[in-house]
Design a protein around this ligand. Structure first.
Ligand SMILES: C[S@@+](CC[C@H](N)C(=O)[O-])C[C@H]1O[C@@H](n2cnc3c(N)ncnc32)[C@H](O)[C@@H]1O
Length: 197
């Protein structure tokens, strides 16, 4: 493994078994199901996931075949496994973009497309989180949604969450403890909720 994000809480060495990655790094099923339902509810078509890992959450995001998922992963070995998972499930609406998100995301955002739904689950650090939000927020659809995983994972993620919640483009937020949801729909009129799933 070449860790591009914040240091792992679970691993000290760079050698990891796939089973260990699956046991420690992936989104729990109930959240994956929630994300899939949100995509269905909002009828999101253009979806971005930062941090593919083994690609299992990606498959939930790609359940609607009319949606297109662009998923970003910087670790080549892990990306290969995700690709195998996409092929074995015959998911045709997923594109994996390999490389450091610091470089691949600005490249991807060169195309003038509106993004409906984002799951940020890669580099759990303050400045990269702010940077990715800043870049993505300019491309969000009117009723777009950005989900940020692990908002209470560390003091720096806590700080990033508090800052992004009050961003001028954010009209509503929901703190689900594991993740935070930022809504871009002005009709929400700056409402902020804390809920326990
Ligand atoms: C927590 S895992 C993602 C889990 C996945 N979303 C899921 O729920 O199954 C974070 C992933 O982001 C990748 N990552 C971290 N920082 C990155 C960066 N700067 N560029 C590209 N990938 C990065 C790591 O290699 C790791 O596979």
């Amino acid at each position: 493994m070449n860790d591009l994000g914040a240091p792992s809480r679970h691993f000290k060495s760079n050698n990891r078994k796939i089973a260990e990655i699956a046991a420690t790094s992936l989104t729990p099923e109930k959240f994956c199901r929630l994300y899939g339902r949100m995509i269905h509810y909002f009828n999101s078509k253009n979806i971005v996931e930062l941090g593919t890992s083994l690609g299992l959450t990606t498959l939930y995001l790609a359940q609607s075949t009319s949606a297109k998922v662009n998923t970003f992963e910087g670790n080549a070995a892990v990306a290969d496994i995700a690709l195998t998972n996409f092929e074995s499930t015959e998911a045709k609406n997923i594109k994996i973009i390999e490389g450091n998100i610091d470089e691949t995301l600005p490249d991807f955002l060169q195309t003038p497309q509106k993004i409906d739904f984002v799951l940020m689950d890669a580099n759990h650090r303050y400045q990269p989180t702010l940077n990715y939000f800043e870049w993505l927020s300019k491309r969000m659809a009117d009723k777009g949604v950005i989900l940020i995983d692990d908002i209470h994972h560390s003091p720096e993620m806590e700080r990033a969450w508090q800052k992004l919640k009050s961003n001028e483009l954010v009209y509503g937020s929901m703190d689900l403890f594991r993740c935070g949801i930022l809504f871009f729909d002005p009709a929400l009129n700056k409402q902020h909720f804390i809920c326990q799933l």
